[in-house]
Design a protein around this ligand. Structure first.
Ligand code: AMP
Length: 599
C-alpha cells in the first residue's frame, strides 16, 4: 500500500517512507543535474589537487570545467597503464587519487589479453551502495507487493588475486558481495533473497549454484522475482537445473545435502533449513522429467512477477531463450547500468520492453562527458574532431561515447560504451545502451574484438601448415542457442594438396589453439565459470564467401567497398553459412587459465 500523499513523488506514490526518501533523492539529483555535476567535478579536483597526474597537467588547483577540459587529455586505459602498473607494484604515493587505492577492480574489458585493472577507493563502495538503494524504490512503483515474498537471485563471487604490491584484484561484484555493506545489510522486507550469504560467498561455482538452486526450490512459492546480473547467468541456472534436478530432488526428499557439497558453511546453513519434503521432491521430478521445458520458470516458480536480468547490449541475444523458458509473458527488468570504473545510473521505468530500456545517469556518481559519434562518410571517415559535451547538453537522438572522471582517480577516461539519448528525466538525460566499441563476439562478460579474433586465427592456422593448407576466409558467430553459448568460427580453407588435407583431429586442435589465444575473460568463462562452451570451427565448402559477397551486393552493398564481415548475426547469412558447412569441429579440451595474470 502506498504511504501518505504528503510523501508522494513525481515518479509515483512510494511504497514506504524509505522509498519516498530514495525517490526524493532521484528527483533532487536529476532536477539539479548541472549544479550537481559542477560540484562533483570541483570536489574531485580539489581533493586530488596534489596528485601526481593532475600536477603533470598543471591544473594549478583549478576546479572549473573550462580549465579542466583545456588542460587534461581524453584518455584510454592503455594511456594509464604506467600509472596503474606502479600502483599494482606497490607505489603508495598519490599518483591518481589523494585517497589510498583500496583494491583493483578487474574489468571484463581487456587490454593485451588481460582484464583491465581499475583502481578504486574505499568510499566508492558507499556510492555503489547508494545506487543499489534506489533500485527497489523505483521497482516498487511498478510492481506492488514485493515485500510479501522473496527474490531468487543467482549471485556469485569469482576468484581474486593480489598484485605484486599486495593489492587485491577482483571483479566489482565480488568486492561488493564480500563487503560489510552486503554481508551485514539490514533486513529490508522488499529485498529478501532466498540465497543465503554462505551460498553466494562460496567461491566454488558448482557448490554455490547448487545451494542457491536448492534454496530457490525449497521456497518456490515465495519467489516473486527471479534474476541474475546478466541474462546469460539466469540461463546458466536453468541449464544447471536441467542437469542436476535428480540430485536436488533427492536432497529435498531426504532432507539431507548431497555429498558433492563439501563447503562447511554451506553444509551447516543448508543443514538447518533442509527438512524432508517428499511432496516437493515429487513435484520437481514431475516437472523436470518432462521432455518440454517451455515455461519451466513459471511452472516451478508460479508467483514470479518479473525477471531481473540485464538484457540490453550484448545480452539482447538471450531474450528469445528467456522468453521460451518463461512463457514470453514475464517482464524482463533491466534495472541498472554500471561498470568496474563507476556505477552510472538506473532505469526509471524498469518494467518497459527490453528494446525501450533507457538508463538515467545519476549526476552524483561521477563527472560525465559525452563524445559525439559522428556518422562516417562513404570512405569511413568522420568530418572533424568532435568535442565532448556535458551531461545536460546532450541532444535527443544523438549517439555519444561515455567519458568519465571519477572520485577514484580516472580523469576524462573513455569507457568504450556508445549510448543514444532517448529523452530526459528532469534535466538528466536518459540513454539507450547502443553497443560496446570494438566488440565482435560476446557470450557472457567476455568481449572479443577483431584483432583478438584475427590473432587466434593466425595461431590456429599454424597447425595447418604441414598440410599445405591455410584459412582463406573466415567469419564468426556467437551461438547462444546452446547453453552455455559458444563461439562458432566459419572457415573456408585453401587446401593445396587434397591427398594430404588436415585431419579431423587437427581441426579439433585448431579450435583449442584459437581458445588459447583468446583473452583471459574468455578463458575464465571456459575454465572456471563454465559460462562459455567449447569453441567450434565449421568448415564451409569452397566458394561460400563469394556467395556471401554476392548476397551482400544483392542487398545493396558496394562491390568496391565490400569487406568480409568478421562476425555475422543476420539469420539468412548464418543459414547460408550453415547450409554450406561440410564439417564441424569442437575444442577437445579446456584452454589454460589461472587467476594469475600472464602479463
Ligand atoms: P565491467 O567493466 O566488466 O564491469 O563491464 C562493464 C560494461 O558492461 C559496461 O561498460 C557496459 O559495456 C556493460 N554493461 C553494464 N551494464 C549494462 C547494461 N545495463 N546494459 C548493457 N551493457 C551493460
Amino acid at each position: 500500500m502506498a504511504v501518505d500523499s504528503a510523501l508522494s513523488s513525481p515518479l509515483g506514490p512510494p511504497a514506504c517512507e524509505k522509498d519516498a526518501k530514495a525517490l526524493r533523492f532521484i528527483e533532487e539529483m536529476t532536477r539539479n543535474a548541472e549544479a550537481v555535476q559542477e560540484k562533483v567535478l570541483a570536489e574531485i579536483l580539489s581533493r586530488n589537487a596534489d596528485v601526481e597526474y593532475l600536477k603533470r597537467y598543471k591544473l594549478g588547483g583549478a576546479t572549473d570545467r573550462e580549465t579542466f577540459k583545456s588542460k587534461l587529455p581524453i584518455i584510454k586505459y592503455e594511456d594509464l597503464q604506467p600509472e596503474i602498473q606502479r600502483i599494482a607494484n606497490g607505489d603508495r604515493s598519490a599518483i591518481l587519487s589523494a585517497h589510498p587505492i583500496s583494491e583493483f577492480l578487474t574489468s571484463s574489458g581487456t587490454s593485451a589479453g588481460e582484464r583491465k585493472l581499475m583502481p578504486t577507493i574505499q568510499e566508492e563502495l558507499d556510492r555503489r551502495q547508494l545506487l543499489y538503494s534506489l533500485l527497489m524504490p523505483v521497482m516498487n512503483l511498478y510492481v506492488p507487493g514485493l515485500d510479501k515474498g522473496k527474490a531468487l537471485y543467482f549471485l556469485f563471487v569469482k576468484s581474486e588475486t593480489r598484485t605484486p604490491g599486495g593489492l587485491l584484484a577482483r571483479p566489482v561484484l565480488t568486492s561488493y558481495y564480500k563487503s560489510e555493506h552486503f554481508k551485514t545489510r539490514p533486513y529490508d522486507p522488499y529485498n529478501v533473497y532466498t540465497s543465503p550469504n554462505e551460498a553466494i560467498l562460496c567461491a566454488d561455482s558448482f557448490q554455490s549454484m547448487y545451494a542457491q538452486m536448492l534454496c530457490g526450490l525449497l521456497e518456490r512459492e515465495q519467489v516473486l522475482r527471479l534474476g541474475a546480473v546478466f541474462a546469460s547467468g539466469l540461463l546458466r541456472a536453468i541449464r544447471f537445473l536441467q542437469l542436476h534436478w535428480q540430485a536436488l530432488a533427492s536432497d529435498i526428499e531426504s532432507g539431507t545435502v548431497n555429498q558433492k557439497i563439501t563447503d562447511p558453511s554451506i553444509k551447516d546453513c543448508l543443514g538447518k533449513t533442509l527438512k524432508p519434503n517428499p511432496e516437493l521432491a515429487e513435484f520437481i521430478r514431475m516437472e523436470c522429467s518432462k521432455e518440454n521445458w517451455e515455461r519451466i520458470i513459471t511452472r516451478i516458480w508460479p508467483n514470479t512477477k518479473y525477471l531481473d536480468v540485464i538484457v540490453t547490449g550484448a545480452m539482447a541475444q538471450y531474450i528469445p531463450t528467456l522468453d521460451y523458458y518463461s512463457g514470453g509473458k514475464l517482464p524482463m527488468a533491466c534495472t541498472m547500468y554500471a561498470s568496474s570504473e563507476c556505477y552510472f545510473g538506473l532505469n526509471l521505468n524498469p518494467i518497459c520492453r527490453p528494446s525501450e530500456v533507457s538508463y538515467t545517469i545519476m549526476p552524483n556518481m561521477a563527472y560525465f562527458e559525452f563524445l559525439p559519434q559522428e556518422p562516417a562518410d562513404s570512405f569511413g571517415l568522420t568530418s572533424s574532431d568532435p568535442q565532448p559535451v556535458d551531461l545536460v547538453d546532450v541532444e535527443v537522438g544523438k549517439e555519444y561515447e561515455l567519458v568519465i572522471t571519477t572520485y577514484a582517480g580516472l580523469y576524462r577516461y573513455r569507457v568504450g560504451d556508445i549510448l543514444r539519448v532517448t529523452g530526459f528525466h528532469n534535466s538528466a538525460p536518459q540513454f539507450h545502451f547502443v553497443r560496446r566499441k570494438n566488440v565482435l563476439l560476446s557470450i557472457e562478460s567476455d568481449k572479443t574484438d577483431e584483432a583478438e579474433l584475427q590473432n587466434a586465427i593466425d595461431n590456429a592456422s599454424r597447425l595447418l601448415r604441414e598440410f599445405n593448407t591455410s584459412v582463406g576466409e573466415y567469419t564468426s558467430y556467437a551461438n547462444t542457442k546452446t547453453i552455455p553459448g559458444h563461439y562458432v568460427i566459419y572457415w573456408e580453407l585453401l587446401i593445396k594438396d587434397s591427398a594430404n588435407s588436415p585431419t579431423n583431429e587437427v581441426l579439433n586442435q585448431c579450435c583449442l589453439a584459437m581458445e588459447e589465444c583468446l583473452n583471459s575473460v574468455y578463458r575464465q568463462g571456459r575454465v572456471a565459470d563454465n559460462s562459455i562452451g567449447p569453441l567450434e570451427i565449421r568448415v564451409v565448402r569452397n566458394g561460400t564467401f563469394e556467395e556471401l559477397m554476392d548476397y551482400a551486393i544483392s542487398r545493396g552493398a558496394s562491390i568496391n567497398q565490400y569487406k568480409v564481415p568478421r562476425c555475422v548475426n543476420f539469420t539468412p547469412i548464418v543459414e547460408l553459412l550453415d547450409s554450406r558447412t561440410v564439417s564441424a569441429h569442437f575444442s577437445p579440451a579446456l584452454p589454460h587459465w589461472t587467476p594469475e595474470r600472464r602479463r
